[in-house]
Design a protein around this ligand. Structure first.
Ligand SMILES: CC(C)(COP(=O)(O)OP(=O)(O)OC[C@H]1O[C@@H](n2cnc3c(N)ncnc32)[C@H](O)[C@@H]1OP(=O)(O)O)[C@@H](O)C(=O)NCCC(=O)NCCS
Length: 158
């Protein structure tokens, strides 16, 4: 997987409320589902350390990851996206790896996520990052498509 992004001066940091407009606009162009701006603020308020963005030197948001931390120590990746022009440069991997570290620091033992059954490229992407298929979620999406549940145990690498 490309590590080219390390040659680009991008900044990975926690989401701030002032990022909302850019994050919302990126989400609206990338996802079929429409998310309300309040949803991102809800995630942020519940667990600020788990909501991350990648920013260009000019302050443009190039990608983000949003997740939730449940009380049982299980973490869930809710949304991850990179702007189309900047894909394939390692930003997605960086966001997920940093999220995993924050989940571990927050006491999580396991990260899970769901994706559409038809997204085979995305499935391989998560597999390469150590996620395993747990099962199929029948009719999981509002348009009737099945979902796939994946998970990854959190390990401390010392
Ligand atoms: C999935 C995604 C976040 C990856 O970000 P990225 O910065 O391009 O990822 P990286 O550069 O770190 O890694 C590259 C890998 O991402 C995956 N990828 C890249 N573009 C992709 C796309 N359009 N769809 C699915 N996976 C993609 C591939 O596995 C790719 O590796 P490959 O080229 O060897 O197949 C990005 O493609 C994206 O925003 N997709 C649309 C939103 C989405 O489906 N999000 C996940 C569900 S919430």
């Amino acid at each position: 997987m490309s590590q080219e992004v390390f040659r680009h001066p991008v900044l990975l940091r926690e989401f701030k409320e002032t990022d909302l407009e850019q994050v919302f606009n990126l989400a609206s162009t990338v996802f079929d589902e429409q998310y309300r701006p309040e949803t991102f603020l809800h995630f942020h308020n519940a667990w600020p350390q788990g909501q991350l963005v990648v920013q260009s030197p000019e302050g443009r948001i190039l990608g983000f990851i949003f997740g939730v931390m449940a009380e049982n120590g299980q973490c869930r990746i809710m949304l991850v996206a990179v702007t189309p022009m900047m894909r394939g440069l390692g930003i997605g991997v960086r966001l997920i790896r940093d999220f995993e570290t924050r989940a571990a620091v927050g006491g999580s033992k396991r990260i899970c996520l769901e994706l559409r059954y038809s997204k085979t490229r995305l499935l391989e992407f998560y597999r390469r990052l150590g996620f395993l298929v747990e099962g199929v979620l029948p009719l999981y999406y509002s348009d009737g498509e099945d979902g796939i549940l994946m998970s990854k145990p959190i390990q401390w690498n010392i």
